[in-house]
Design a protein around this ligand. Structure first.
Ligand code: MRU
Length: 367
């Protein structure tokens, strides 16, 4: 994606031993790059959400393993560095998927060849993520064309939650890829952007992305979507995903489930966009089996923002004596999902359809 006329991915390796990322903690106020030179540095960047979003943390962990391949001198050292990366964030499956893919690539290879093999594998993971998101845009565009055809000349209104944009992947984004494709194709489209408390990825990141791409959008408080749907202001919902079970249950940013309920109650199609690296083929029943990350209460109690001079402040928004709970994700059952938009097309959130289409991917990631 272009920033001030220059193309950026969210993560890349400019030279062996160095991983460069966009520091997402500084957006939308500053666009800054940081260099990570150790597995510990990569782990900290993922845990502290300098990089975030399922595809982006998967690719970053892939590059983190390229650093691990330089740091480790034995297989057990490599495995323990891999463990440090996997433990950083539990819900988005792309992270463990990328680390395991590196482990598979390095197994039985001479130690001296690890750095080159791991760098190549990291580049492949990043390239595939970018290509998959581009294809999600192609398939999602057809859906949007269908919706637009039912209201000729009128604006198509889409609601999205959190940031499933290019910042959450290597490039293009998942939920945003069809939106960008529709905008580029001249379809009049407007995006309702959920602010996405507590970390405000919608207000801070999705709004920043859409503004830079010139896509009309409006930021709304998280609880607004149901009201808009009741009043015919939302033609469809599209979100990303952090983990999707083989039967199509979707873990995504906290609050997604409530949007899916409101969408069902109002007959609004609810789509989820994901690359196949976000499927977890080893589990069904997402409510029971997907681990839900709990983060520190300070993310609920405090908010960061700029004053009218542009100076940043961190302010407390909850009484000092009140504890806060911070569940980072929730699970939307497959029955509430209209369709899954993937790099191979749009499919029902249904075990049989998914396993038939992705049998090769499922086999490769079976435990
Ligand atoms: O906690 P985050 O910001 O890493 O959350 C992940 C997400 O960006 C969202 O849940 C998103 O909708 C998933 S798409 C990668």
């Amino acid at each position: 994606m272009n920033v001030d006329g220059k193309h950026f991915r969210t993560v890349w390796m400019p030279e062996p031993g160095v991983v460069r990322i966009i520091d997402q903690r500084r957006l939308p106020w500053a666009f800054e790059l940081i260099a990570l030179k150790s597995v510990a540095g990569v782990a900290h960047a993922i845990r502290d959400m300098a990089v975030r979003g399922a595809g982006c943390i998967g690719a970053t962990a892939g590059y983190g393993m390229a650093l691990a391949a330089i740091e480790a001198k034995t297989w057990s050292e490599l495995e323990s560095l891999a463990g440090i990366l996997v433990e950083t964030r539990p819900t988005a499956v792309n992270l463990a998927w990328a680390v395991n893919r590196q482990i598979d690539a390095l197994r039985n290879q001479p130690v001296t060849s690890w750095p080159d093999i791991a760098k190549c594998e990291a580049e492949a993971i990043a390239d595939e993520d970018s290509a998959a998101c581009e294809q999600i845009g192609v398939h999602g565009l057809e859906l949007i064309r269908g919706i637009a055809a039912k209201k000729p000349g009128a604006v198509v209104n889409v609601l999205t939650h959190c940031n499933a944009g290019w910042l959450a992947f290597v490039d293009h984004g998942s939920a945003t890829a069809p939106i960008y494709a529709a905008h580029d194709a001249g379809i009049p489209i407007h995006v309702w952007v959920d602010e996405t408390r507590p970390r405000n990825q919608g207000a801070r990141l999705t709004a920043w992305e859409l503004a830079r791409q010139g896509v009309p959008h409006t930021v709304i408080a998280d609880n607004t979507g149901g009201h808009l749907m009741q009043h015919g202001q939302v033609d469809f919902v599209i979100t990303g995903a952090d983990r999707v079970t083989r039967n199509g249950d979707v873990a995504n940013k906290i609050g997604t489930y409530l949007k899916a309920l409101a969408a069902r109650d109002n007959g609004v199609p609810f789509y989820v966009a994901l690359p196949s690296s976000t499927f977890d083929w080893n589990i069904t029943d997402g409510v029971k089996n997907i681990p839900i990350e709990q983060r520190g209460g300070e993310e609920v109690n405090w908010m960061e923002g700029a004053d009218s001079n542009g100076t940043l402040h961190n302010v407390r928004v909850v009484p000092a004596a009140s504890p806060a709970a911070n569940y980072a994700f929730d699970v939307t059952p497959a029955r509430l999902v209209t369709g899954l938009i993937t790099e191979r097309g749009v499919f029902a959130a249904d075990e049989r359809a998914l396993c038939a289409t992705f049998s090769d991917v499922a086999r490769a990631s079976a435990l």
